[in-house]
Design a protein around this ligand. Structure first.
Ligand code: PMV
Length: 351
């Protein structure tokens, strides 16, 4: 072993949240780099907890690990992690010398149709980085820029989950420190009203997606509207940054909805086309708009790459909006499922 080991065996655990994009990333180039910058809010209650136990292995070199999801083996996830560990092993020299037992679980129901790759990859990379620092003398301190960069290689949106409240990923003239390689924290750019925002996630369907995000991103390569989309996203991001700073909830809500609709419009006219929206997604959106119009309450929707609806609103309206959800919207959900989430402080190391 060329590097001296300080810690021969042990385990580390991290909890890392999912995030919801206000300005969407859809379309990539090169090594998982975004075609346009994106902004997300960090969630609180939708998270992954990952514990990694490590000990020296007999034969150096070959990657060696086990994986359990919700206490069971999961060949699909195992395979994705295997490929990922191969891809990032140059960042983690300790992988040469150590075997890993990885155990992961989500706070939200399994297959609830919530994009969990952001929370899963950010939690995994935080654990790997912690071990790297523990086992190698002179190892680097936890550097969230580096962690974000490595998480990006697992799932683009994962690089935004590392920061409290909000994150920006992708090079933009609006921020000198922005980069396509990693996300940057954005909390200081946000008016306080957004820091206590709620995100109620209505589960319209638990079924796994017919078209993966990876396939969807790649359809942007020959998409007739890709150029105009990337320009739109840049314009929206500039306006969004200003509205977030000023506390302009209506403007933020308006741009957020436009971004969600553009994302799904791109899917509808990809070649081949695909539809992730479901009839109940549209019914919820219609009901929400009616409610906003009749009550004047600033409540807005956004969508990920799936049929589930994220409902965003300021804390002062939580009772009104949650009554609306329970009385009028849960009927459109799979098994009346929803997740009461809100904006969170980012990852947490567990004992
Ligand atoms: O991180 P990926 O490759 O799963 O892509 C995420 C894409 C969206 O969730 C649709 C948008 C986003 O910016 O999070």
């Amino acid at each position: 072993m060329s590097l001296r080991s300080k810690e021969r065996r042990g385990n580390v655990a991290w909890r890392s949240p999912s995030n919801i994009a206000l300005i969407k990333y859809w379309g990539k180039y090169g090594d998982q780099l975004p075609q346009n910058p994106s902004i997300s809010l960090t969630l609180k209650n939708s998270f992954t907890q990952t514990r990694v136990s490590y000990y020296p292995k007999d034969v150096q070199g070959e990657l060696s690990f086990s994986f359990q999801f919700q206490k069971k083996s999961h060949p699909g996830f195992y395979d994705r992690i295997r490929k990922y560990l191969h891809r990032v092993k140059s960042y983690f020299p300790f992988l040469e010398d150590y075997h890993l037992d990885i155990e992961s679980e989500n706070s939200f129901p399994h297959s609830a149709g919530i994009a969990s790759s952001a929370s899963a990859f950010s939690a995994l990379v935080l654990a790997l980085e912690t071990i790297e620092n523990l086992v190698h003398d002179g190892g680097h301190e936890m550097d969230l820029t580096r962690v974000s960069e490595i998480a990006r290689l697992g799932s683009g949106s994962a690089c935004r989950s590392l920061f409290p409240i909000a994150a920006l990923w992708g090079k933009t003239p609006e921020s000198e420190t922005s980069s396509d390689l990693h996300a940057i924290p954005m909390e200081s750019q946000l008016h306080d009203i957004f820091k206590s925002f709620h995100d109620s996630i209505l589960i319209v369907s638990q079924a796994s997606k017919k078209v993966s995000s990876t396939a969807g991103h790649s359809l942007m390569r020959n998409h007739p509207f890709s150029k105009v989309r990337y320009e739109e996203a840049r314009r929206n991001l500039k306006e969004m940054l200003e509205a977030l700073r000023l506390g302009d909830v209506e403007r933020v809500g308006f741009i957020t909805e436009m971004e969600a609709m553009q994302l799904h419009a791109l899917m509808l006219c990809s070649n081949p086309n695909f539809i992730l929206l479901q009839p109940n997604t549209l019914k919820i959106i219609e009901r929400l708009k009616d409610f906003r119009l009749t009550t004047g309450i600033p409540v807005y929707f956004t969508l990920d790459a799936g049929p589930n609806v994220h409902i965003l609103y300021p804390d002062e309206y939580r009772t009104h909006v949650q009554n609306l959800i329970v009385d009028q919207l849960l009927g459109y959900c799979d098994n009346a499922q929803w997740i009461q989430d809100s904006i969170g402080e980012g990852p947490m190391k567990l004992e």
